[in-house]
Design a protein around this ligand. Structure first.
Ligand code: DQA
Length: 147
């Protein structure tokens, strides 16, 4: 059995489905987890799926992924645009890492146009609603199968 794929979710994503549904859609984070779990199972991978509103906890979770995961997907939410700590944690990884967004931050307010995370990951998938997560899983597995 390969190591599990880890998916991390940042602040306010626990409110997915209730929070600005016109931007983020009506699916809850539990719905997203179920979709991701099904996709990972189909590809033969276990999934570890977590959320935190706390920056330091996300740093710990990234370090844990470095020890225990085959690849990491992270939707850093608002910390995308502010966090040197997440950037630095992601830079320590030697596994595939992808940044995921439900919305397309480049089309939104100017403060969302900067990502501190993008420079520290292998790729970014954004703007496809919750399908961004499924596209991210496919991209990560594609990287794993090539390595
Ligand atoms: C988000 C985009 C961020 O700008 C925002 O702060 C979020 C969600 C997304 O998934 O589209 O909380 O990461």
């Amino acid at each position: 059995m390969p190591k599990p794929l880890h998916i991390l979710n940042g602040p306010n994503l626990n409110l997915l489905g209730q929070r600005e549904p016109e931007i983020y859609g009506k699916a809850s984070l539990a719905d997203v987890e179920a979709l991701c779990r099904k996709a990972c199972t189909e590809f033969g991978y276990e999934l570890v799926f977590k959320q935190s509103n706390i920056e330091g906890e996300l740093v710990d979770m990234i370090q844990e992924a470095g020890r225990e995961a085959c690849a990491l997907l992270i939707n850093p939410a608002a910390y995308t645009h502010t966090s040197v700590a997440l950037h630095d944690a992601l830079k320590t990884l030697d596994i595939a890492s992808l940044e995921i967004h439900i919305s397309q931050p480049a089309k939104r307010e100017a403060f969302r146009h900067i990502s501190y995370v993008a420079q520290a990951v292998d790729g970014t998938i954004s703007g496809f609603g919750i399908n961004s997560y499924l596209l991210g899983i496919k991209a990560a597995i594609n990287i794993l199968q090539k390595s």
